[in-house]
Design a protein around this ligand. Structure first.
Ligand SMILES: Nc1ncnc2c1ncn2[C@@H]1O[C@H](COP(=O)(O)OP(=O)(O)OP(=O)(O)O)[C@@H](O)[C@H]1O
Ligand SMILES: [Mg+2]
Length: 233
């Protein structure tokens, strides 16, 4: 479904991503793990075209996307939820969702606010509330729900558990597993190994802009040295 190969990216002269490469299958949840500043967000931005790759390729469902504009990449079927929550604080939950509505691709079941409220019941309970009067966790869920209104086939979630209270983290994990059950492919970035283990099939570890390890979650759980070297603080 998604293949990233030889991806390089720079901020000015700083070489941030060095030959990043990984693949994801349809319906898979993969987590990009790494410490602060490892290059997780930059990898997602490079896939979305928000940081133009200096070399390398991003192939999504057979289409070559590196070097294309972000709106083209979104239309190809990739949704992106950035680290910083972007909701419209003056608009209600329902209005925020309508802003995200895009045509549904052939063969897909369209996301509607009602379907999303099944996934995120707390949003359904506050559909008329302005976004600015929601908690951080609720805003995070609304940001994800709004991205789903664009009917993506693959969603990039940048640190969805960051800053959430433990009970909200569990709700977020349940929502991600429900999305996986719907057949959606999900690439998430995390520093929280516990959360990553709850929802992911496979993990890829990035450090200093390079991919250092890849494997299944059980393999990562067994690999004490890998976790100690790249993930512990
Ligand atoms: N806009 C920018 N300009 C210059 N350097 C940047 C910019 N954004 C990020 N960097 C640098 O690029 C490197 C990778 O950053 P990135 O945000 O991708 O890391 P990350 O893995 O997402 O970290 P975090 O867990 O803190 O979100 C870091 O060294 C960071 O300081
Ligand atoms: Mg980041």
């Amino acid at each position: 479904m998604l293949a990233v190969s030889g991806l390089n990216a720079h901020y000015g002269r700083a070489h941030i991503l060095a030959d990043v490469a990984f693949e994801m299958g349809q319906g898979e949840v993969m987590v990009l793990l790494g410490r602060n500043g490892a290059g997780k967000s930059t990898t997602m931005k490079a896939i979305m075209g928000l940081v133009p790759p200096t070399s390398g390729e991003v192939t999504f469902r057979g289409q070559k996307l590196a070097g294309r504009e972000p709106h083209h990449i979104a239309r190809a079927g990739i949704g992106y939820v950035p680290e910083e929550r972007r909701i419209f604080s003056e608009l209600t939950v329902l209005e925020n969702l309508e802003v995200g509505r895009r045509p549904v691709p052939e063969g897909m079941r369209a996301w509607t606010p009602e379907r999303l409220f099944e996934l995120f019941p707390s949003l359904g309970a506050m559909r008329k509330r302005p976004g600015g009067r929601m908690s951080g966790g609720e805003q995070q869920m609304l940001t994800i729900a709004r991205t789903l209104m664009g009917n993506p086939r693959l969603v990039l979630l940048d640190e969805p558990s960051e800053g959430l209270a433990p009970v909200i983290v569990e709700r977020m994990a349940a929502a991600i597993l429900a999305l996986k059950a719907e057949g959606l492919s999900i690439l998430l970035s995390e520093q929280n190994l516990h959360f990553a283990q709850l929802v992911s099939d496979r993990a890829t570890i990035i450090e200093k802009g390079r991919i250092r390890w890849g494997g299944t979650i059980p393999e990562l759980v067994a690999a004490d040295e890998v976790r100690a070297q790249y993930l512990s603080v």
